[in-house]
Design a binder for this molecule. Structure first.
Ligand SMILES: [Zn+2]
Ligand SMILES: [Zn+2]
Length: 359
C-alpha cells in the first residue's frame, strides 16, 4: 500500500480548519488540478487525491474518524475499494457504522497487573497483639533502565511505519460481493502506534524485570487463621500504563500450647483435683495478657465455666476485646498411694452414710 498523504496537507488547510475553509480550499485546488484544465503529468492523480481528501474532511463523522485513526479509519470508504457496487450510498453508511463501532477496541487497552499471593505464619500472641512481618516476594516491575518503555535509554520510539501511528491497518479481502476493507490492529506495533528502533538491553525489550522484594507488613491485632490481607497496587506492574495488581497475604495462626481460640474469645481448660473442686481453691490462670487469679468456689463441678472479661483477642478493627473462658476439668486421680486410698475409702463410707440419711 502506497504511503498516503495527510488529507489536511493535500487540501493545504490546518487541522482545525472550519468546513467553509475546507470547501474553499477544495474548490481552488480542484479547479487547478481538474483534468479538463490541467494537462500536466500527475494532475489526474492529484485531482483524485483532492477529491478523496475532501470526501472525508467535508463529512463531520468521517473527519472525526480520520482525526482519530488516520487513513486506516476511513480508507475502506474511498470509492476504489468498492468497485462493483452500484449504489454506494447506503452500503457506505452501513460500513461506516461498522467501523465506528469497531474503533473503540482498536488500540490494546491498558491492562491491570496480576496479583501476587503470599502467606504469613504467626503465633496466637501475635494475632492478639498485632505484629510486623517481612514478606519475600518476587515481583514484575518496570525495567529500571527504560522505565517500561522497552526502548534503549536515550533512543526514542518512532511512529510505527506500518500503520502510520494509528495502531490499525486496513486489510482488504476479496469476496463474492467485491472487496471488503477490514480494519485490524496493527501487528507490528500491536496497536500502540509506536515502534521501537533500539530495544533496551537491560530488559531485552520487554520493559519488565523480576525483582525479589522484601515487603514489611503490619498484621493488625485480631487477625484470625485464614484471614487474607490485601496490599493495594503492590502486585505486578500493569501493561501499557495499567494499574499494578495487589498483593494478597493469607495469614496462618499457629495453634497454641494452652489456648484454643473461638473468634475473639480464648478457651482455656483448667484441671483441678477432687479436693479443689469440693473444698474450693485459689488458683492462678494464664491468659494472653498475663496471669489472673481465679477463686474456685467450694462444690465446683467439672465443665463449669468462669469468664474473664476482656482477656481475649481484640475484634479486628474494633476497640474491644473478647473474653477468656476458663472451663474447670475435675481430674480423677489414676494412681493413689496407700494413704490416699485409705482416705478415699473413709470418704466413700462417709458419703454413703450421708446418702442413706438423705433417703
Ligand atoms: Zn528496559
Ligand atoms: Zn503499527
Amino acid at each position: 500500500m502506497a504511503i498516503k498523504r495527510d488529507y489536511y496537507e493535500i487540501l493545504g488547510v490546518k487541522k482545525d480548519a472550519g468546513s467553509e475553509d475546507i470547501k474553499k480550499a477544495f474548490r481552488k485546488m480542484a479547479f487547478q488540478c481538474h483534468p479538463d484544465h490541467n494537462h500536466d503529468d500527475g494532475a489526474e492523480g492529484r485531482f483524485k487525491e483532492i477529491n478523496e481528501a475532501y470526501e472525508v474532511l467535508s463529512n463531520a463523522e468521517k473527519r472525526s474518524t480520520y482525526d482519530r485513526f488516520g487513513h486506516a479509519g476511513v480508507d475502506g470508504f474511498s470509492g476504489q475499494d468498492f468497485e462493483g457496487f452500484g449504489g454506494m450510498g447506503s452500503i457506505f453508511e452501513d460500513f461506516y457504522e461498522f467501523f465506528s463501532g469497531a474503533t473503540s477496541s482498536a488500540h490494546k487497552s491498558p491492562k491491570r497487573g496480576s496479583d501476587i499471593r503470599s502467606q504469613a505464619t504467626i503465633t496466637m500472641e501475635e494475632a492478639a497483639f498485632g505484629c510486623q512481618r517481612n514478606i519475600d516476594i518476587s515481583r514484575i516491575e518496570n525495567c529500571t533502565a527504560c522505565h517500561g518503555t522497552r526502548a534503549k535509554p536515550g533512543s526514542q520510539p518512532i511512529r510505527c511505519p506500518d500503520c502510520n501511528g494509528n495502531g490499525r491497518v486496513q486489510r482488504v479481502q476479496q469476496s463474492l460481493f467485491g472487496r471488503f476493507a477490514n480494519i485490524v490492529t496493527c501487528p507490528r506495533c500491536e496497536g500502540e502506534g509506536k515502534t521501537i528502533t533500539e530495544l533496551c538491553p537491560q530488559c531485552r525489550g520487554t520493559g519488565k524485570e523480576k525483582h525479589k522484594r522484601s515487603i514489611t507488613i503490619e498484621i493488625p491485632a485480631g487477625v484470625d487463621d485464614g484471614n487474607e490481607m490485601r496490599l493495594n497496587g503492590q502486585g505486578n506492574v500493569g501493561e501499557r500504563g495499567g494499574p499494578a495488581g495487589n498483593i494478597y497475604i493469607t495469614v496462618t495462626v499457629l495453634p497454641h500450647r494452652l489456648f484454643k481460640r473461638d473468634g475473639a474469645n480464648i478457651l482455656y481448660e483448667l484441671p483441678v483435683n477432687f479436693a479443689q473442686a469440693a473444698l474450693g481453691a485459689d488458683l492462678t490462670v494464664p491468659t494472653l495478657h498475663g496471669e489472673v487469679k481465679l477463686k474456685v468456689p467450694a462444690g465446683s463441678q467439672t465443665g463449669q465455666i468462669f469468664q474473664f472479661k476482656g482477656k481475649g483477642i481484640p475484634y479486628l478493627n474494633r476497640n474491644r476485646h473478647g473474653d477468656q473462658l476458663v472451663r474447670l476439668l475435675v481430674v480423677t486421680p489414676e494412681r493413689l498411694t496407700k494413704q490416699q486410698r485409705q482416705l478415699f475409702q473413709e470418704l466413700a463410707d462417709s458419703l454413703s452414710r450421708d446418702d442413706k440419711k438423705g433417703k
